[in-house]
Write a protein that binds this ligand. Sequence first.
Ligand code: OOG
Ligand code: NI
Length: 451
Amino acid sequence: MSNWIATDEIRGNFAKAMSEMYRHEVPQYGSLLALVEAVNRETLDADPTLAAELRDSDELARLDVERHGAIRVGTPDELAMLRRLFAVMGMHPVGYYDLSEAGVPVHSTAFRPVDDAALKRNPFRVFTSLLRLELIEDAALRQRAAEILAARDIFTPGARELIATAERQGGLDAEQAERFVAEALETFRWHREATVDLGTYRALSDEHRLIADVVCFRGPHINHLTPRTLDIDAVQQRMPEAGIDPKAIIEGPPRRACPILLRQTSFKALEEPIRFADAAEGHHTARFGEIEQRGVALTRKGRERYDRLLTASRKGGPAADNVSHQAQLSEVFADFPDDPATLRRDGLAFFHYRAVSGATADSGVGGEPDVEALIAEGALVATPMTYEDFLPVSAAGIFQSNLGDGVHDEYASHSNQAQFEEALGAAVIDEIALYQQRQEVSLAQALSLLR
Ligand code: OOG
Ligand code: NI
């Protein structure tokens, strides 16, 4: 056996180091964490059943730990190297998101743990976007941006060396893992100094604020971190009294008895002082804080229904405020089943199956197993499988609320997963196939115990 440090442990240490760095860099993020902690505590006090459930599933201790962060990079090489860096921490590219339709010139994936044990240990993921320079219409500006990007290296020599070592050895020992976390962290650090003069920054920013954010700095600063909240509606409502300016609406599905997919909200990005290469002083807004609340993962059929209802709810144009937005959503989503049994029987959501210890099966074992009968007789238990990914419409809303006014029209481009995967140097994992597989494995294991 090797003495390599588990990838789950490296990921946990990295997420912790990133959280500390970000709290130091963006003090308002610390205020958000304090608010989330207070709301989580009050929710648990008011709901002993929920508290017991979380305690039984070992969730309590790491409730306030971040669930995701996000970065944006400029070149295929940067993306491909990030894939190798994240792999050292057991994080792999899952899903493809095209944001160009929403006026954001990027496409993205999420680097995240994929198997049950790793997700349980620490689900930290990084939403990673690649700038699509080809969408910049002005040829001279496109060329200039490409040159600036070609001149930078967002990885330290130490990080490059340790990634190669991990690949060669098949892991890192304790000393190497500790150095790796410190070196990898450098890529995500904020730089107060831009690499370009103010004029270049302005030209890129006028094309799209996001282009300036990606191109003008030494690295892809982490632009937000996102802890988990047990009551996103309460945090949204209480942000102003904590001195935090929230985005207008909570993204995603409405509040449900049986939560589905992902609900998110953030505070607006802060204006931060920048020194430009020509010694000019200016400002840049990029960094913010976000919170998330996750529900059950939907099957393809469930997801299609979600997308259809979400589109229907947007027909009337944007709501005046979050309260009316949520009311509008709830009305439309009345058509979506809201109890676990129906979601499961209608094939709308994914579940984990577990054999009840000591149970024996009276129904159907030997022949074709009758899952419904086994559940009804108490031999088999199905629990909702948490959604681990992102939602493109929600992501676009998060991007836009943090890019300020001057929202760009839709880009005349199509989603291009093949181009993204070529840049990445690998195929992205299909998230639906992954949930399906985890469900099948859990069911097969449970049934084999009942035989
Ligand atoms: C990423 C925005 C998307 C989310 O939670 O949907 C995102 C970004 O602003 O770079 O993080
Ligand atoms: Ni996010």
